[in-house]
Design a protein around this ligand. Structure first.
Ligand code: NAD
Length: 409
């Protein structure tokens, strides 16, 4: 990887000791971004309130699984270009500050407009005039403007940009360099400064206003969520008609580019898609029939699956093994995973439930060999590669098509 060479630092080179500080820097988005920027020659400080993650990163150990990150973390740490800290004062050490804290919806699916402003408030006394503050969390539209007002009210003269993250977990260290970067700001100066930062990763920059970019990110995730819901409903329809959706999908997509993106069925879960669809709904005064319909379909999938199993098996007399508890295949991230919803429903309906996952850390899980030895029926809830060839005589319920045995349930 070759580093472009524009000098990030202001004329007074001693003003800042680092190039970039990332608030939320040890998270699933912040850490890969820090690694990517450090790999391009910048000196990066990760500020995070999680002391365990900070300690791991400073020991050159990844707090979570991300393809290619272990090696890169060791490299950039050894080169002295990346360090993590829980000290809020760190936010004043670089011209560029990127904020990428988590932005969940609450238990009633309402967005919390204050997450990003609160994260900045916590460290605001250390912010400095002249900094570029890049918001990278996925936010409810209006949060960039709110942040601009908040910082101006503190008397700070800073530029605020919104540059949404669009990577998929697990592919971050490829996609950070491959995907075009959306850069938004209210002034030419802000856009130029943010663009200069992201040109360390890619030359493909798209500029928008902050409000356009906030919507662009929500549209992106909602589009995927609705697409998965469409596939899931098609799958349920085919199933109920006694047909195999995968055979139909193969016919539909075969040499037919207009339908090439019709997905396979599966749990559409994780920390982003549902909550961002709900952020968009809230933005539209909760008038978002398509988004809410997608939620009902995707969140209802575990219930549908169990009701199909009840039709086929005497569940109460069986031990069901759930294979894969992460929210998607190849991931160790259990956040908002529908595998846990499946577990909850099966705890009520089945004789016993055993759960396993090769990557997720959770005391309630057991090894795959225990599940294979004790279960009567297996359900693949996260399509980890190792479940493609299980070598078992037990019935395997596989809506993902991972085992190549069809997706009828
Ligand atoms: N996970 C993804 O695949 C993905 C992809 C694109 C965008 N996003 C968006 O990126 C944002 C971050 O998501 P994530 O998955 O990395 O979340 P995360 O929970 O993994 O990371 C957030 C980090 O911020 C830290 N943090 C929280 N409050 C803080 C504060 N006040 N000061 C400093 N650190 C603080 C946490 O300790 C955590 O390490 C969200 O808005 C999300 O929607 C996520």
């Amino acid at each position: 990887m070759t580093a472009p060479v524009p000098d990030l630092r202001p004329a007074d080179r001693d003003a800042f000791s680092a190039d970039v500080v990332i608030v939320g820097g040890c998270g699933r988005v912040g850490l890969p971004l820090g690694l990517a920027l450090a790999s391009r020659g910048l000196s990066v400080v990760l500020y995070d309130v999680n002391p365990v993650a900070v300690e791991l990163v400073n020991a050159s150990r990844m707090p979570f699984v991300e393809e290619g990150a272990d090696v890169l973390l060791r490299e950039v740490s050894r080169a002295g270009r990346l360090r993590a800290t829980t000290a809020a004062a760190a936010v004043g050490t670089a011209e560029n500050l990127v904020v990428v804290v988590g932005t969940p919806v609450d238990e009633h699916l309402n967005p919390d407009l204050g997450v990003v402003p609160r994260a900045l408030e916590r460290c605001a006394e250390h912010l400095r005039d002249g900094q570029l503050i890049v918001l990278r969390s996925t936010v409810h539209p209006g949060v960039t403007a709110l942040t601009e007002r908040q910082l101006a009210a503190r008397g700070l003269v800073v530029d605020v940009a919104f540059c949404p993250e669009r990577i998929a977990e697990g592919r971050a260290l490829v996609e950070l360099f491959d995907l075009p970067q959306i850069v938004a700001g209210r002034s030419e100066q802000t856009i130029a400064r943010a663009e200069k930062l992201f040109r360390y990763l890619t030359d493909r920059i798209v500029t928008l206003s902050p409000e356009e970019a906030e919507l662009a990110k929500l549209f992106t995730n909602t589009w995927r969520y609705v697409k998965f819901a469409t596939a899931n409903q098609f799958w349920m329809m085919a199933n109920d008609a006694g047909l195999d959706y995968d055979r139909i999908r193969q016919a539909v997509t075969f040499d037919y580019p207009r339908a090439a993106d019709l997905p396979m069925p599966g749990f559409a879960a994780g920390p982003c898609l549902l909550k961002d669809t709900m952020q968009l709904a809230a933005f539209n005064k909760n008038n978002f029939v398509l988004g809410h319909a997608a939620m009902l379909i995707n969140e209802g999938l575990p219930l549908y699956l169990v009701s199909r199993l009840e039709d086929r098996f005497d569940l109460a007399s069986l031990t069901v093994g759930i294979l894969g508890m992460a929210f998607k295949g190849g991931s160790d991230d259990p956040r908002e995973s529908l595998a846990y919803k499946l577990r909850k429903i099966l705890l009520l309906k089945a004789g016993a439930v055993l759960c396993t996952d090769p990557l997720v850390v959770d005391d309630r899980l057991v090894g795959l060999e225990v599940v294979l030895a004790q279960a009567d029926l297996l359900v693949i809830a996260a399509p980890h590669r190792e479940y493609a060839r299980l070598g078992t005589g037990l019935p395997v319920v596989d809506m993902w098509g991972l085992t190549g045995q069809g997706v009828r349930v």
